[in-house]
Design a protein around this ligand. Structure first.
Ligand SMILES: [Zn+2]
Ligand SMILES: [Zn+2]
Length: 298
């Protein structure tokens, strides 16, 4: 019983970073505890800012409201690639929370996209995402809606000069193709980067940011470490994607922004650079990737 409890307990606080950084992608609304608690815990180890990412209408509204209320939280808004087909097909078990069920069909997707467009114009909203393609969770029947939604999000990001945050799961080629066809926004981030070194070189040529999550620490993720090793340091970001993807050795336990130092230290090792140099680069890159102003962390 005790061992089981320990496995579901939050991991301990890592040693604080000496250079403050941001969590470039998190979902506070899916984590236990309050926003204030999450911010305080993160700040106590040098993670002083975060990007709160929306996945559906309710989550995007929440992200925008929360970013308006907290100086150190920045919002992105979107319909997740797995959410778009659910809106079109009217799946009642979708990601969406109650009150956001427009009724299905492409008109419903357009209605939801119009709301994302409205939210994207707000000053505290720095990005549009997470959007993209997910062929792991969504089957062939959802591909059309997913791509339509992805293209619309790219257009919204460009029109409002917002950073595009991409979710790409088992869809690398099509994501790169759609970006090329539509023309990528000036700032484009591959969140939870999942490609190999070859794709990292393509991203580098295009100037896309590669945002690494806790899975870069997983034993079986050598492809991610190879990608990190060849990526230009100026295009690398760190994120938690919390509550998901808790870094080793805490895999399976709840993730949160305060665990960024664990992933960051593993990344510094892959690059064979000092932790401080890694942190300084990541802080700078996050500012640039999301065009953040004001009190920067590094
Ligand atoms: Zn994602
Ligand atoms: Zn995410």
């Amino acid at each position: 019983m005790k061992a089981k409890d320990d496995k579901t307990a939050p991991p301990p606080l890592p040693e604080p970073l000496r250079v403050a950084v941001a969590d470039a992608h998190t979902h506070l609304d899916m984590q236990a505890g309050t926003v204030d608690e999450a911010l305080a815990k993160a700040a106590s180890v040098g993670v002083t800012r975060l990007v709160q990412v929306g996945c559906d209408l309710a989550g995007s509204r929440w992200a925008a409201e929360t970013a308006a209320a907290y100086e150190h939280i920045h919002a992105t808004v979107a319909l997740h690639p797995n959410e778009a087909p659910r809106i079109v097909h009217g799946d009642p078990d979708g990601w969406s929370r109650q009150g956001d069920r427009p009724g299905g069909g492409e008109a419903a997707l357009d209605e939801a996209l119009a709301e994302i467009d409205r939210l994207a114009a707000l000053p505290q909203v720095v990005g549009v995402g997470e959007t993209g393609l997910d062929y792991f969770r969504t089957g062939p029947e959802g591909k059309g809606a997913q791509e339509r939604s992805f293209r619309a999000h790219i257009e919204i990001a460009k029109r409002h000069d917002r950073t595009l945050v991409i979710h790409d799961r088992e869809a690398h080629e099509d994501v790169l193709r759609v970006l090329k066809e539509e023309g990528a926004p000036e700032r484009t981030v591959f969140h939870c980067y999942s490609g190999d070194a070859e794709m990292a070189e393509i991203c580098a040529r295009e100037g896309y940011y590669l945002s690494f999550a806790g899975n870069v620490t997983f034993k079986n993720a050598q492809n991610l470490r190879d990608a990190l090793a060849v990526a230009p340091l100026d295009l690398v970001l760190v994120e938690t994607d919390a509550p998901f993807l808790t870094p080793a050795p805490y895999r399976g336990r709840p993730n949160a922004p305060y665990l960024i130092p664990v992933t960051l230290r593993a990344m510094a090792q892959v690059r064979d650079i000092a932790e401080e140099e890694m942190a300084e680069a990541l802080a700078r890159n996050t500012d640039r990737a999301f065009a953040l102003r004001g009190p920067a962390g590094g």
